[in-house]
Design a protein. Structure first.
Length: 330
């Protein structure tokens, strides 16, 4: 009888001790909420969203199960960014990921100093005042740089290889994008050494295109370089169509333009930063501070050539460029 009583007491004590553990084991896993802020419209940002989702899935985050993504799109209107960031802050997101360009990153940084921010596609995060340095960003923000401005000289060099007699190049840019003016300055310095004259054409609204394209036609430019930013990406079909009608060889900063019918592009793979952003999100959700996470720079660049467009323009691509190409669209 005594042993039976002791046994019951032991079982009772073990049950009491195990109860909190059982309750804890039944608690649902935390569901994280991540905001995604893009200056691009949803359709234009779709490939970047998919890359981010793929990166998160690879790290064990399944949308709708242990993570919720809150999407906000400014549809190319920078003035909307502040309100969209405010919405994400109101939702108490754990992290904000900013999509294409410098402006969304600046808008997020100006709106909060406490919610961690991961930026993508920022050409010069130090020069734009987003981070203190690439190695130690400081504050609540870090992410992926595209080094877009540093690549502009290479694009001009590739055009020079394609057209050795190149003397006049039109540069289509949106001056509202901080990296665009920086890219233009770099290109001007390189062009001067080759006696190539640059003709900057500023576009701020869709209505600007017609007048700028008219100038290009009248000035007889040898080629066109479009500096990539959310505005030119949104209107890439219009730009590519103009280049085709004007029989003007055009260089772009991302493959999307070539896939739309453009001649040639050179730049970082623009899905990589979105995929890499997932790694930052994972580290931050596990306790890392953005200030301690170095800004990543691209290590892979791609040259894409559209041979169909080259044929339509009567251009024979040098074998040296075709050998360098990462992809040739027939």
């Amino acid at each position: 009888m005594w042993l039976h009583t002791v046994g019951l007491l032991v079982m009772l004590v073990l049950g009491i001790l195990a109860a909190p553990l059982a309750v804890e084991a039944q608690q649902p896993a935390k569901v994280y909420r991540v905001g995604f802020l893009s200056l691009l419209p949803h359709k234009q940002a779709l490939s970047h969203i998919k890359a981010l989702q793929e990166g998160l899935r690879g790290l064990g985050y399944i949308e709708g199960q242990n993570i919720i993504l809150e999407y906000r799109f400014a549809d190319g209107t920078a003035e909307r960014l502040a309100d969209l960031v405010a919405e994400l802050i109101h939702l108490q997101v754990d992290v904000i990921v900013t999509g294409f360009g410098t402006l969304p990153a600046l808008a997020a940084k100006q709106a909060t100093s406490t919610i961690p921010i991961v930026f993508t596609f920022v050409a010069d995060p130090v020069g734009a005042g987003i981070v203190a340095s690439l190695a130690r960003p400081g504050g609540n923000i870090t992410g992926c740089s595209t080094l877009a401005a540093d690549l502009t000289g290479k694009r001009l060099e590739l055009l020079k290889e394609l057209f050795p007699q190149l003397s006049r190049v039109a540069i289509l840019l949106n001056p509202a994008t901080p990296a665009a003016t920086q890219a233009l300055r770099e290109m001007q310095a390189i062009a001067a050494t080759w006696s190539v004259q640059l003709q900057p054409l500023e576009v701020r609204t869709p209505e600007d295109f017609e007048s700028r394209f008219t100038v290009v036609s009248q000035e007889y430019a040898d080629a066109l370089i479009t500096i990539t930013d959310p505005f030119t990406i949104v209107h890439r079909a219009q730009i590519v169509e103009f280049a085709a009608k004007s029989r003007l060889p055009a260089m772009y900063g991302m493959r999307d333009f070539v896939e739309a019918g453009g001649l040639i592009s050179y730049g970082a793979n623009y899905n990589d930063p979105s995929r890499r952003a997932a790694t930052y999100v994972d580290k931050i959700l596990k306790g890392a501070k953005p200030a301690d996470l170095p800004v990543e720079q691209p290590t892979r660049f791609e040259l894409v050539i559209n041979l169909k467009t080259a044929k339509a323009l009567g251009i024979t691509m040098p074998p040296s460029l075709l050998l360098l190409a990462d992809e040739v669209i027939q």
